[in-house]
Write a protein that binds this ligand. Structure first.
Ligand code: GRF
Length: 187
């Protein structure tokens, strides 16, 4: 199997990146992580890129046309697939147009519920009975692309934001790899 050269975009902790690096070391996993992009030069997740000798790029999204620099790197590393793993910036149309149906994102809610930020506090405020995570394609509307994998759990009355996050991320570590396998199953 020829693995797809993949770029992971991060902004912070990078625990999903860490999980995908671990999974991609398996020969039968469809992607190779060939590049990591971060919009935060202090993102803890960059340590995983360093540790596993994966090329990485810091991009200053405040600079005009920063996407063009990203595109140059994506080309340089022959990237054919992109995973947004906690990337806290809205991805631009330049990138979406260049990677139609080749960008996926993981979101900490049961989309279409709770698009955007602060999902856990909004869920608690709404007294949601179920929570979870969603892996979906990225299109031009925020958190609105087609769903690929969704995993849910029942919210306990005692769950606070911290616990919701722990429970959600535990499911994310299953959902993200599962979505990638699903996408490339028949290729
Ligand atoms: C994840 O919970 C994801 O759903 C959200 O950002 C978080 C990133 O966490 N989009 P990490 O950086 O992978 O630990």
């Amino acid at each position: 199997m020829v693995k797809k050269n993949t770029c992971i975009f991060i902004s912070g902790k990078g625990s999903n990146l860490k999980n995908l690096i671990a999974r991609s070391r398996d020969n039968s996993f469809p992607i190779k992580i060939s590049l990591v992009v971060s919009n935060n030069k202090d993102a803890y997740g960059l340590n995983y890129a360093k540790k596993f000798k994966i090329p990485y790029l810091f991009i200053n999204t405040k600079i005009k046309n920063y996407e063009n620099k990203v595109l140059i790197y994506l080309k340089k590393y022959k990237i054919s697939f992109i995973c947004l793993a906690g990337f806290m910036k809205i991805i631009s149309n330049t990138l979406i147009n260049s990677y139609q149906k080749k960008i996926i994102n993981i979101h900490p809610s049961l989309l279409p519920k709770f698009k955007g930020l602060n999902t856990y506090s909004r869920m608690l405020k709404n007294k949601e009975k179920k929570a979870g995570c969603t892996v979906h394609y990225v299109n031009k509307k925020l958190d609105s692309g087609n769903l690929i994998v969704q995993k849910e759990f029942i919210v306990n009355r005692k769950d606070d934001e911290k616990i919701l996050k722990i429970k959600t991320q535990k499911l994310e570590y299953l959902a993200f790899p599962e979505a990638i396998i699903k996408i490339f199953r028949n290729t």
